[in-house]
Write a protein that binds this ligand. Structure first.
Ligand code: ASP
Length: 441
């Protein structure tokens, strides 16, 4: 019998997880049961993905760079990547601003709803924590991000998942130095990292065998932890605007893929779908990164020379879904709380949402922290920040799930565009988890 394709298996796991989660909300012990007995399965899966993220980035980036025949190619890839990332982010923010200004979701929200949301969430520890986090990030100088990118201890950087840019810096530095010592001397090290890279990609295959169960657990937990459904309904228009914007962004990617790489956009969607489904279930582009890399390299055919740089960098700095959401949320909050926005304010949103998405961590809920900075940049009164965030807090998790899908799809799209532009988009050669199984049993 033909095995059901991975994305179908994951999708079935997701649907069952949602149904099971809903059923558990109907019994009084349901939420505790899910937290104690189901959620750990999802958490273990995320831990496994995070476990292999740093070895994968390190090995594949070092392999990618040391495979280059000359360094100027790397400069070309780097520059194109950054420029395309900035362009897609600006497009995302513009789409967000356009639809939120046309539909004005904040105008229709009643005084009672605002009061209710404020009472429920303004003093919530979640909202307060986001404001505190944003204040911490803001107190740093303009070049702090550059300084933060350079590690002073390679092992410390490698031992911290939050230091992705430091790991990338170290890997590029090492890879370039390997090129400079000449092929013969670099060979042992190159073979070593080649082998690590192969092994880690195999680990991705193995971890993905458990993905359907893991997404079941993750989604069941999301359902039992979700907020009052009435509040979700009150915010339906706002949710609709964000989701429409995100869908338009996906259409934009598909357009780019089909026009520039001449590949069938639906084929692209099918190949990348396991990564998208995981992005949705985990709300974290960082946790999804190993799967994104595996799909893009093996199933789409992007050369490692490109994907090993474009994807880890993208997971950290390119967040189109997040920036679109920040633009919509900022305007929505301003409308709901009758804070007038000028055209200049909207331009400020474009700039700060761009910077904020670069600065957002690739973890659940990070986009909301940076939203505080976007709001402050347009002069939104500090004492109203908590009320503003309270308005959208109830629906942040589902929107986070959706925007993470766009973040991951954006990175995959850009890796294809860059690969095509430097002649590094090949015929895909997918590997299965059990390719060599008969040799070992
Ligand atoms: N969860 C998002 C990501 O990991 C970031 C955010 O928008 O909160 O890509």
């Amino acid at each position: 019998m033909k095995k059901l394709e991975l994305h179908w298996r994951i999708l079935i796991g997701m649907v069952l997880g949602l149904l099971f989660g809903y059923a558990m909300t109907q019994v009084f012990w349901g939420a505790d049961f899910v937290k104690d007995w189901i959620k750990p399965l999802g958490s273990i899966f995320i831990k496994l993905l995070k476990l292999i993220a740093i070895p994968l980035i390190l090995a594949s980036l070092i392999k990618g760079i040391s495979d280059l025949k000359d360094i100027s190619k790397f400069k070309q890839i780097g520059l194109r990547t950054i420029v395309i990332y900035i362009i897609t982010t600006v497009v995302a923010i513009s789409i967000g601003l356009l639809i939120v200004n046309i539909t004005n979701p904040g105008d229709g929200i009643s005084k009672e709803t605002i009061t209710r949301l404020t009472e429920t969430y303004a003093n919530d520890s979640g909202v307060q924590a986001k404001i505190a986090e944003a204040t911490k990030q803001q107190s740093s100088g303009p070049l702090q991000f550059l300084e933060d990118m350079v590690p002073d201890n390679a092992f410390a950087a490698l031992s911290n998942n939050k230091m992705m840019l430091q790991v990338i810096f170290f890997a590029i530095f090492l890879g370039i130095s390997m090129l400079l010592i000449g092929e013969k001397k670099a060979k042992p090290l190159k073979d070593f990292f080649d082998s690590i890279n192969e092994v880690v990609l195999k680990m991705v295959d193995l971890i993905m065998l458990t993905a359907p169960v893991a997404v079941f657990a993750l989604l069941a937990n999301v359902v039992v932890s979700s907020n009052d459904p009435d509040l979700l309904l009150a915010l339906l228009k706002y949710v609709g605007v964000v989701v429409t914007g995100l869908l338009l962004m996906i259409v934009f990617y598909l357009f780019l893929v089909s026009v520039y790489t001449k590949k069938n956009p639906f084929w692209f969607l099918k190949q990348i779908s396991p990564a998208q489904l995981l992005a949705f279930s985990t709300s974290s582009s960082a946790a999804t990164l190993p799967v994104t890399m595996e799909r893009v390299e093996e199933h789409i055919g992007v050369d490692k020379e490109v994907s090993s740089f474009v994807l880890p960098v993208g997971a950290t700095i390119n967040m189109d879904g997040t920036s679109l959401y920040q633009a919509v949320a900022a305007v929505f909050i301003a409308q709901a709380l009758s804070f007038d926005l000028t055209f200049a304010d909207q331009l400020t949103i474009v700039l700060t949402a761009l910077l904020a998405s670069i600065g957002s961590a690739a973890v659940p809920g990070a986009g909301m922290v940076m939203l505080v900075i976007v709001l402050e940049s347009i002069g939104f009164p500090a004492e109203k920040l908590a009320i503003g965030l309270a308005l959208i807090f109830a629906v942040d998790r589902p929107l986070d799930m959706c925007r993470t899908v766009v973040n991951v799809t954006g990175d995959a799209t850009v890796s294809m565009l860059v690969a095509k532009s430097v002649g590094k988009l090949h015929k895909p050669q997918p590997k299965e988890w059990d390719d060599h199984l008969e040799e070992v049993i």
